[in-house]
Design a protein around this ligand. Structure first.
Ligand code: ADP
Ligand code: MG
Length: 264
């Protein structure tokens, strides 16, 4: 059976600015970010540490009110950020819930009955090979397994929008490669719009239809690049076109990273 595609959603950020008040004064995290995310795209956001990637993601998730500009959600049922599809780097699972309940929680918010929630959670866990762990608690799993549970919670909710903040950032390279492939397989079934934050240029190239490159703080958009290579793209042996892209992105970022570290 082929799953129906996720309902089309377009996210438009207009002149988005975000500032935080801190003890040292106001921190300007984002400045004038204008960006349209088209339906079903897998978009990565790369940029130096502290440039406002998580801030942008939180603003799109509706967890943070921008200081300026606005975000429009075209195709969302109530015109607001569709909820349920956020995956963060670590601690994205509830330690007091079993693996099954963690995954099913994505459906609880949608008011779906317990038996249906559990059936959907079990189907996801079986598909990704975690069926032997449904009754385990997160602390009994490896970090990589826990992230697959966190992704499952977002996926089972049939979200229109998946927001992922460095979901593989705490994993070793081999684990990351395997989970990148798994994420793409799952994503291709319904193709929700994905905004994927990573500081790993190679990861962005392996996964994305499009890569948005951000400057150092305050984050602005330096480039917005379509990735033309067909999938699957093996992260271990990038073809020449991907290496050229990696080089281009690094040239955009190197000065920003050096400035952030005060390295001349
Ligand atoms: P990134 O995810 O790209 O590393 P963030 O969006 O987390 O960057 O942060 C952008 C900037 O805003 C950083 O300088 C960070 O220190 C600052 N910042 C983030 N969250 C807060 C907050 N709650 N209060 C004050 N400053 C913050
Ligand atoms: Mg971040």
């Amino acid at each position: 059976m082929v799953a129906p595609a996720a309902a089309a959603l377009t996210v438009r950020c207009h002149d988005l600015s975000c500032r935080y008040a801190s003890a040292r004064g106001v921190v300007e995290a984002l400045r004038d970010v204008t960006l349209t995310l088209a339906p079903h795209q897998f978009v990565s956001l790369v940029g130096p540490s502290g440039c406002g990637k998580s801030t942008l993601l939180r603003a799109v998730a509706g967890l943070l009110a921008p200081s300026g500009g606005n975000i429009v959600f075209d195709g969302a049922p109530d015109g607001r950020s569709p909820r349920g599809g956020l995956v963060v780097q670590e601690n994205g699972t509830f330690p007091w819930m079993t693996v099954r309940d963690n995954v099913a929680f994505g459906l609880e918010l949608a008011g779906i009955s317990r038996s249906e929630r559990e059936a959907k959670a079990d189907a996801y866990l079986a598909r990704v090979g975690l069926d032997a762990f449904t009754a385990h608690f997160p602390h009994e799993l490896s970090v990589g397994m826990r992230q697959r549970v966190a992704i499952g919670r977002a996926i089972v909710a049939d979200a229109q929008l998946l927001l992922m903040d460095e979901p593989f950032g705490a994993l070793d390279a081999q684990t990351r490669w395997v989970l990148q492939g798994e994420l793409l397989r799952i994503w291709e079934e319904r193709r929700p719009l994905v905004l994927f934050v990573t500081h790993d240029i190679q990861e962005a190239i392996t996964l994305s239809d499009r890569i948005v490159v951000m400057s150092g703080r305050p984050g602005r958009i330096l480039d917005d690049i379509s990735v033309p290579m067909p999938r699957p793209r093996a992260p271990r042996v990038l073809p020449p076109a991907a290496l050229a892209l990696q080089d281009h992105i690094w040239h955009l970022l190197e000065g920003e990273v050096r400035r952030g570290l005060a390295v001349r």
